[in-house]
Design a protein around this ligand. Structure first.
Ligand code: PTJ
Length: 269
């Protein structure tokens, strides 16, 4: 508790990087509470780097992907939301809200298994009001044979029988395995060229902390649409094209930064 206080005091609200530091501290606290794996810190840093060169905002390509993702979740018969340590630590409230508004269960599915982690994540989600959590009883897990990592152990009532799996901040292996067994895969990944980003059916290239609130807003709107309209949204979405457009946005951002530096240099700042 004392430590938490000291950390919060270290980040004044008027700090220009306040938000970024706040989420860093959530990840660090999450690691201390077993929610986040040690490697989750590194994954977060990699994400931050891509976020920077995407302008730290929800770009138009991300908005398109979010719309398609929500439509896909609404037309699915058995969708599921896969939860790992990083997402739970960063944005538990919106995770639970999304699960409720779309009526989709949450399944805790971890890459780095360690005693106490599932319990810690479960408690955090329940504190935010979650009542449909799968992946809790390790004795009842079944395997996805195509996968060798810890993620192969899934809930028989969740990922195993799902037609669409929403797997934010994912590693490439599982996305590939899930695709091979016929699942639709939706992901959130700030790296537009990760194997997950490329393999998924719908990739939202944006920070999970901005994506979930936006998905909730879009869900409220799309929930009233007819199934045919939702199918149309999904069919009109081209993931590879959207990723290419995202890379163009990164190029534009870097060009703009270059121009700014050239101006500084010219004016001797
Ligand atoms: O909790 P566990 O044990 O299941 O482990 C979770 C991590 C994230 C450690 C594990 O899945 C992992 O190692 O993932 P990777 O392979 O590092 O991939 C994570 C991807 O998420 C990377 O491409 C990052 O750029 C991206 N990423 C990191 N933070 C964010 C993000 N994408 C969106 N929003 C973020 N905040």
């Amino acid at each position: 508790m004392k430590e938490k206080k000291i950390q919060n005091q270290a980040v004044p609200k008027d700090h220009p990087r306040y938000k970024s530091l706040k989420y860093r501290h959530k990840i660090i606290e999450g690691m201390k509470n077993l929610i986040v794996a040690e490697a989750g810190l590194i994954a977060h840093g990699r994400g931050e780097c891509f976020d920077y060169i995407l302008g730290e905002k929800t770009n138009k390509t991300a908005k398109k992907a979010i719309r398609a993702a929500v439509a896909q979740l609404l037309i699915s018969n058995k969708p599921i939301i896969s939860v790992n340590g990083n997402i739970a630590a960063l944005t538990p409230k919106f995770l639970v809200k999304l699960s409720k508004i779309l009526n989709i269960p949450l399944e805790i599915n971890l890459f780095y298994r360690k005693e106490g982690r599932i319990e810690a994540i479960k408690n955090l989600l329940e504190k935010e009001g979650a009542n449909a959590i799968l992946g809790l009883d390790e004795n009842k897990m079944v395997e996805i044979e195509e996968l060798s990592s810890n993620r192969r152990l899934v809930d028989p009532n969740g990922i195993k029988i799902a037609d669409t799996v929403f797997v934010p901040l994912e590693d490439g292996d599982r996305t590939e395995a899930l695709k091979k067994i016929g699942k639709k895969v939706i992901t959130v990944d700030l790296n537009p060229v990760s194997r997950t980003a490329v393999w998924a059916d719908i990739t939202i290239v944006d920070n999970i902390i901005r994506v979930l609130p936006e998905m909730i807003n879009i869900a409220k709107k799309l929930k009233t649409m007819k199934k045919e309209e939702l199918i149309n949204i999904v069919n009109n979405f081209n993931n590879k094209k959207n990723l290419i457009d995202t890379l163009d946005l990164i190029k534009e951002y870097i060009e703009a930064q270059k121009k700014m530096l050239l101006k500084f240099e010219k004016n001797n700042y």
